[in-house]
Design a binder for this molecule. Structure first.
Ligand code: MRU
Length: 367
């Protein structure tokens, strides 16, 4: 996507530097810093500390991590190569894209024992995944815009008000984003849209990243506290909720950033459609019960304890609760399929049920 005059992606392989380059998302929106990943340890650090984040992006980062694992493992050492790949997969548990991306690239190198062959093949495969994810998001936008157009047609005036949670934009993907792709497509088609951006505590991906992306594209938006959505819905100020996901079961249960479930409940109570946009790489086809089967990441409680931001141009990190108070940091929650109005995928829009998902992706289901 365009940042100033620059065409930027959140990740790419820089052949000149012989390294993976990433935007360090911890520093946005106030500083745009590009970092290099040269080792598996760098990759693990970048994913764990959320220099890179968002399901499709950590899938692609894991995929490029296999290139670095191949380099580190050396010739013939299949067991060392395997262990390094497993290490990358284990960094964050909820987004299924991470293990999917690593596995796909690792499998592409099966049968190769020379380091250079493994590196070359892994680099090609990771690049293909990145391009596929960009195209998936473009197609999600193409399909999802119909829902925004319908909402616009039902209104007597004013913008279509879309509430989103966390950041499911291009920074979390490769291009366009998942939840944001229909918004960009609507804006490009001349539909008047306005986005309510949940700040998304504790790390503020909405306030920092989604607001930055939308502002750069010239899309009207307002940052709100995470608790404001219900109030806005009660007053008719939200036409749809549109979010991404980190893992969705083959039956339509949706894991996404903590707080998503509360938005879905409020949407249900107020008759507001609740849409989830995802590429097929975010489905975990064999899971049937999201609540019981999707692992929920718990992160360091200091992310809850401290808030970071700028004051007079200087970065500060400040303590909020009493320093003795225990804090807990659940990073995701699961919204049951019954609360999801529609899923928006690269193949089209479907209901959140096994039958409907199977119609779009028949090859993923046996029997
Ligand atoms: O903890 P994060 O920032 O990696 O969580 C990201 C989200 O919850 C996104 O909504 C999700 O990955 C969808 S990204 C297209």
């Amino acid at each position: 996507m365009k940042v100033g005059n620059q065409d930027l992606r959140p990740i790419w392989f820089d052949a000149g530097a012989d390294a993976v380059k990433v935007i360090d998302q911890r520093l946005l929106p106030h500083r745009l810093v590009i970092s290099e990943l040269r080792t598996v340890e760098d990759t693990v650090y970048a994913i764990r500390e959320m220099m890179v984040r968002g399901a499709p992006l950590i899938g692609v980062t894991g995929a490029y991590g296999v290139v670095l694992a191949a380099r580190e493992a050396g010739a013939g050492r299949k067991d060392a190569f395997y262990r390094l790949c497993e290490k990358i997969k284990a960094v964050r548990p909820t987004a299924v894209n991470l293990s999917w991306g690593v596995d796909r690239v690792y499998k592409a190198t099966a049968g190769l024992s020379q380091t250079e062959d493994r590196i070359r093949t892994a680099k090609t495969e990771a690049g293909i995944i990145a391009e596929e994810e960009a195209e998936n998001c473009r197609r999600i936008g193409m399909h999802g815009v119909t829902l925004v157009r319908e909402a616009a047609a039902e209104k007597t005036g004013g913008p279509v008000n879309i509430l989103t949670h966390c950041n499911a934009g291009w920074l979390a993907c490769i291009e366009y984003g998942t939840a944001t792709a229909p918004i960009y497509a609507a804006h490009d088609a001349g539909i008047d849209v306005h986005v309510w951006v949940d700040e998304t505590r504790p790390l503020n991906q909405g306030a920092r990243l989604t607001a930055w992306e939308l502002g750069a594209y010239g899309i009207k938006h307002t940052v709100i506290t995470d608790n404001a959505g219900g109030h806005l819905m009660q007053h008719g100020l939200v036409d749809m909720v549109l979010v991404g996901t980190d893992r969705t079961t083959g039956t339509g249960d949706v894991a996404n950033k903590i707080g998503t479930y509360l938005k879905a409940l409020a949407a249900k109570d107020n008759g507001v459609p609740f849409y989830v946009a995802l590429p097929s790489t975010t489905f975990d086809w064999n899971l049937k019960d999201g609540l019981g089967e999707i692992p929920i990441e718990e992160r360091d409680a200091d992310e809850v304890r401290f808030v970071e931001g700028l004051e007079d141009g200087v970065h500060h990190r400040v303590l909020i609760p009493p320093k003795e108070s225990p804090c807990a940091n659940y990073a995701f929650d699961v919204t049951p399929a019954r609360l999801v109005t529609r899923l928006i995928t690269e193949r089209g829009i479907c209901g959140a049920s096994r039958e409907a998902i199977q119609k779009l992706f028949p090859e993923k289901f046996s029997g």
